[in-house]
Design a protein around this ligand. Structure first.
Ligand code: NDP
Length: 606
């Protein structure tokens, strides 16, 4: 292929060996057959008869305690890494009067709930596990497993004395703003009534499991559970497998997202027979986990974790850095997707050149990942089924060295529904392509609600000024100023809601945003003020900024295979367009400039 543009040479080199038109057609075909007009409504809410799917299986004994009537400066909703970072950051800023309210039996959030076999962080531990320098902890592996991550959340809780300031096994039922008292009144299912000047909501974007709306789901009489409530009483074993009780069981894992990719190798090893039900394959690239070298870790200079986090963020933002400290599948992916084709000689690229080069780089990486499937799988038909045909950023990329080889086992069958999902359930099994497979147990690796009503996901109602609910305010989609403040909901800070600069290393993002929120709370105290609220104008203007900045992402997401990144086809409900389109580096700078200006523009403070 020859092109007449100044970039022609680069394009020509870049395109070698790719059937661009063929790939475009294949991606479009695979997308089309997955479009579900019911979008998020295709899923079943875990309520009513399905509410057992969110019961806490990890609590040994229910907590009995008196209802509390108390006042506190700050209530933090949720004791995952977000809530812990918020409380720890406030503490470091001298704001000690904080109460964490957490529905689970302990801190940990994601890592409290997700104890499925094989669960591990997929961002390097040295940057994913927060506050390593402060707590003096050395992760045992480059990608630590779930028990270590849960233990680290507990370590942060102990280190910052947060257990004494927490109500565990406590679910908020309502939060209401009292204008006269300038306080939030937080009511819980244990009869507590807590008055707080500020509330930080850190309930997590992926916390409410969802079930697939497969016909007959309620008729299945075998055992079933969701991966975020793993039933070890049924399977035996622990997060490293050894699930002896599955030896004589026929098991179906529904879903092949990031969770399934991690747990399937373990279930494959232990189950009598495993059916993996696939609607859309994940991209599965090299993991390369390894133990931490203690000498290397001991030699790290103070400040190393921040430096490593920033270096990772620069690289996964597609910006050049003089070195790659993390050197893994993530940094490699973005180097290939963005940096590989950037002209080193400063040649100006037109937007068309950029679009073209980015597309080709994406195709090239996709071919690479598909070649890995061929190299890993013995049966050609199974290999064909496990190949992903969509842009690398349409779904969370995965990295695993055991998932693909699991399909070479005699006791593992891929049920590739080619985008359609299962036909249905019977009392004793699952049906696909008109064929029934009898199973004893169904494990739903079907993910979490994204883009549904905030109150439904958080599990409680939030009433702001004049009793208006957050659900009403968000009726046409979330709205905020900077992703933290909501007009009509004074002294409430959202942490992890979106509408901010998103970082794949989510804990780094939560740490940065916690610093920002703590800075505002401190400034309010220093100024002797007690009420802070986004103005309606600032909120509207931020939505305009988000819309404008999301234009390049919109085009990309609109062409993506459906998934929660793209709101299952309703892209405004999706994760990607609800982030700040300029990226995390630009957003960090924007916040820094906003703070430096010192006028709290966009906020009404008094
Ligand atoms: P996902 O939403 O990513 O995956 C859900 C899976 O269920 C998809 O494969 C989906 O198919 C499938 N599914 C949905 N409905 C049906 C149906 N009717 N029939 C068959 N299959 C169906 O959830 P996960 O729990 O895997 O991951 C959620 C997120 O959590 C990740 O994206 C990641 O951000 C995070 N995560 C992080 C990990 C880490 O850091 N270590 C590990 C695991 C998860 P389809 O794709 O067609 O919709």
């Amino acid at each position: 292929m020859t092109m007449a543009t100044p970039m022609g040479r680069v394009l020509e080199d870049h395109d070698v060996g790719l059937d661009i038109e063929g790939l475009r057609a294949r991606y479009a075909f695979e997308r089309e057959r997955r479009i579900n007009p019911r979008q998020n409504a295709q899923y079943v809410e875990v309520a009513g008869d399905f509410s057992r799917y969110i019961d806490d299986p990890y609590v040994d004994k229910p907590l009995l305690r008196e209802a509390r009537q108390m006042e506190t400066e700050v209530v933090v909703v949720g004791g995952g890494f977000g809530g812990l970072l918020a409380a720890a950051t406030l503490k470091k800023a001298g704001i000690d009067d904080t109460l964490i309210i957490e529905k689970a039996g302990d801190f940990g959030g994601t890592w409290y709930w997700n104890r499925y076999p094989g669960a591990q962080c997929d961002i390097e531990s040295y940057i994913y596990m927060p506050l390593l320098e402060e707590t003096g902890y050395m992760p045992t592996e480059k990608y630590a497993h779930a028990p270590e991550l849960l233990a680290h959340a507990q370590r942060i809780g102990r280190h910052f004395g947060l257990y004494d300031q927490a109500l565990l096994q406590t679910q908020i039922v309502e939060m209401a703003w009292q204008e006269d008292a300038r306080r939030w009144i937080v009511a819980t299912d244990r009869g507590d009534r807590i008055a707080a000047r500020y509330v930080i909501s850190a309930s997590g974007p992926l916390n409410r499991p969802k079930l697939p709306g497969i016909p007959g789901i309620e008729t299945f009489r075998g055992h079933s559970f969701h991966t975020s409530r793993w039933d070890y009483a049924y399977t035996g074993g622990n997060s490293r497998g050894n699930m002896g009780r599955l030896a004589d069981k026929r098991v179906a894992v529904i879903g092949t997202g990031a969770t399934a990719v991690q747990c399937v190798p373990y279930v494959a090893r232990d189950a009598g027979h495993l059916f993996v039900v696939q609607r859309t394959p994940s991209t599965v690239d090299v993991r390369g986990n390894r133990p931490t070298d203690p000498d290397w870790f001991a030699a790290l200079e103070p400040g190393w974790q921040r430096e490593r986090m920033d270096n990772f963020d620069i690289l996964v933002s597609g910006m050049p850095a003089d070195r790659d400290l993390v050197q893994d599948g993530w940094t490699d992916l973005f180097r290939e997707l963005v940096l590989s084709w950037m002209p080193k000689d400063g040649t100006e690229l037109t937007p068309e050149d950029i679009a073209r080069l980015a597309e080709v780089a994406d195709f090239r990486k996709g071919e690479n990942v598909r070649a890995r499937v061929d190299a890993s799988i013995v049966d050609p038909a199974t290999a064909e089924g496990l190949k992903a045909w969509y842009g690398m950023r349409c779904k969370r990329p995965t990295f695993n060295d055991d998932f693909l080889p699991a399909f070479n086992r005699d006791n593992v069958t891929l049920i590739d529904t080619e985008g359609a999902g299962l036909d249905g359930f019977t009392e004793g099994g699952i049906v696909s392509g008109g064929v029934e497979h009898s199973v004893d147990c169904v494990i739903f690796a079907t993910g979490f609600e994204v883009g549904t009503d905030y109150s439904r996901r958080a599990g409680f109602t939030v009433r702001g000024v004049d009793g208006r609910t957050l659900a009403d305010h968000f009726a046409n989609g979330p709205r905020s100023f900077h992703g933290f403040h909501v007009h009509g909901f004074p002294n409430l800070f959202m942490l992890g809601m979106g509408q901010t600069g998103f970082k794949p290393n989510v804990t780094d993002m939560l740490a940065e945003h916690s610093e920002h929120i703590a800075g505002i709370v401190s400034a309010m105290g220093a100024l002797g003020l007690s009420r802070v609220e986004a103005t309606a104008e600032a909120e509207a203007a931020w939505l305009d900024v988000l819309f404008e900045k999301s234009q390049p992402i919109r085009a990309f997401v609109a062409a993506c295979t459906p998934g929660y990144y793209g709101g299952e086809g309703d892209i405004d409900r999706g994760l990607l367009v609800n982030t700040y389109g300029g990226g995390s580096i630009e957003f960090t700078a924007l916040l820094r400039d906003w703070r430096a200006a010192g006028d709290m523009a966009g906020l009404r403070i008094d």
